[in-house]
Design a protein around this ligand. Structure first.
Ligand code: C2G
Length: 151
């Protein structure tokens, strides 16, 4: 039984996350994910949209994921790897080199990220949609005000 372990926030679950999890599952038999808690995301400096309970449920529904546990600090990886008997620690290459210190107990891999999609970009698009809607409502309101003033 070859176990793969990875970590992340997985906010606004998107195709970049799916492709990474699919690739990770292909490396072994069992994939376990350390999911960053809402509190730990504050430590990571990340503003999350989707709360931990929902991000947990979404990941557990993913066919590539066998188990999810909370990631609430930077130091827990070594203990997690030993508890889960992980053979491979893998994560996107935006973290290249950051976890090489774990090489004494696990095979560390950095995989290419999926280009042109990220939670940050999705948030920007969502904000833009909001702003467009606000502008549209403002235009309608000013048009109505103009019409009423002519009555
Ligand atoms: N990812 C990807 N392609 C993207 C976006 C993300 O391959 N377009 C990968 C990331 O490289 C990471 C995983 O999907 O391996 C989860 O991404 P994030 O939720 O952004 O993870 P991050 O906040 O980097 O958390 O202790 C490690 C951290 O918890 C990692």
């Amino acid at each position: 039984m070859k176990t793969i372990i990875t970590y992340g926030t997985f906010d606004l679950f998107h195709v970049g996350h799916v492709r990474l999890l699919r690739r990770l599952k292909k490396l072994g038999d069992r994939l376990v994910v350390g999911l960053s808690t809402d509190e730990f995301n504050k430590v990571k400096g990340k503003e999350v949209i989707i709360p931990y309970a929902d991000r947990y449920e979404i990941l557990m529904a993913c066919q590539y994921v066998d188990d999810v546990f909370p990631e609430d600090n930077w130091q827990q990886k070594r203990d997690d790897i030993i508890r889960e008997k992980a053979d491979i620690f893998a994560i996107g290459d935006d973290w290249a080199g950051k976890f090489d210190d774990l090489e004494d107990i696990v095979n560390v891999l950095y995989l290419p990220r999926t280009q042109n999609v990220s939670t940050t970009e999705l948030k920007t698009v969502l904000r833009k949609i909001d702003q467009d809607k606000i502008d549209e409502v403002k235009n309608v309101a000013s048009h109505l005000t103009e019409l009423v003033s002519k009555l």
